[in-house]
Design a protein around this ligand. Sequence first.
Ligand code: SAM
Ligand code: SF4
Length: 343
Amino acid sequence: MRGSITRDPARPDDPRLIDGFGRVATDLRISLTDRCNLRCTYCMPAEGLEWMDRAEQLTDDELVRLIGIAVRELGVHELRFTGGEPLLRKGLEGIIAASAALAPRPDISLTTNGIGLARRAEALAAAGVNRLNVSMDTLRPDRFATITRRDRLADVLAGLAAARAAGLHPVKINTVLLRGVNDDEAGALLRFAVDNGYELRFIEQMPLDAQHGWQRTEMITAGEILDRLREGFDLAPDPTERGGAPAERWIVDGGPAVVGVIASVTRPFCGACDRTRLTADGQVRNCLFARTETDLRALVRGGASDTEIADTWRDAMWAKLPGHGINDPGFLQPDRPMSAIGG
Ligand code: SAM
Ligand code: SF4
């Protein structure tokens, strides 16, 4: 039974989220809100954005139902909650606990800017978060205030420490380097991460900012990052199987510390992508850079069955393109910024 959904006849009868290029999506990125309490210059303008109307946002029950369909029917076994800033979502711990109660139990992670994490880390771990990524681009308070337009570095550092104390492991730090702003801090950030037991990952800046200000020449490339790190550290390629992981990993000074570099622009990894994405208003995106979305909220609110919703999700993923096309001459940035898609 497939209800009223039109299915591409070329799509094989497979319950999983497969696409036309042989990839299988098992990792679901869920944006819980498009709102944020920071204003990172490479993400959104100082005045913020026109936030999504509350009524447009999936309710906790609607969201948990979709997560359940993904896990039970579509073979998703990893969930990452993000945003916007996921800690701003009321009911976050409840959504996580409901996700952790699913069978088979998915692996659950969270990407956060760390503001307010110090007092939430234990409850998040108790609710079922397994792993956490905290974004931090600098160790200098003045630079933090310049990059995020808020003077909150101390909160982020306290959040990192609380996550580690709550037993979340590994605690990863996400860093975006900006030319002339914090690109001289690669080594200092790695030293801080190694000394404190965090795992650092650098992310190449991508054309996903709300202002459409990204410039290729301004981006600090993976090659540059590695050159800078090698000035102070010995880096050896991590022989562990990478799979669909976006980060290329390097063993630091013989280990056990590792550092990751996510080179979405200069070394795209689309061929191994295992992601599917759900926005806070219930749209499935088959790629961060997709220019189309599939409306699951309309199905949920229109009384569709789990079977119909699952099949629509499969159709959405079947249509995934082979790559993000950032390096193609005709590349067009998606309409939604990263903060509204879920990074
Ligand atoms: N607010 C949370 C945070 O900052 O961790 C979660 C959402 S944020 C969009 C997720 C990650 O995307 C952060 O690590 C952030 O640094 C990164 N990010 C945002 N805009 C980006 C861009 N244009 N290029 C590369 N990474 C970006
Ligand atoms: Fe907010 Fe994260 Fe965007 Fe910074 S990167 S403005 S913390 S959503």
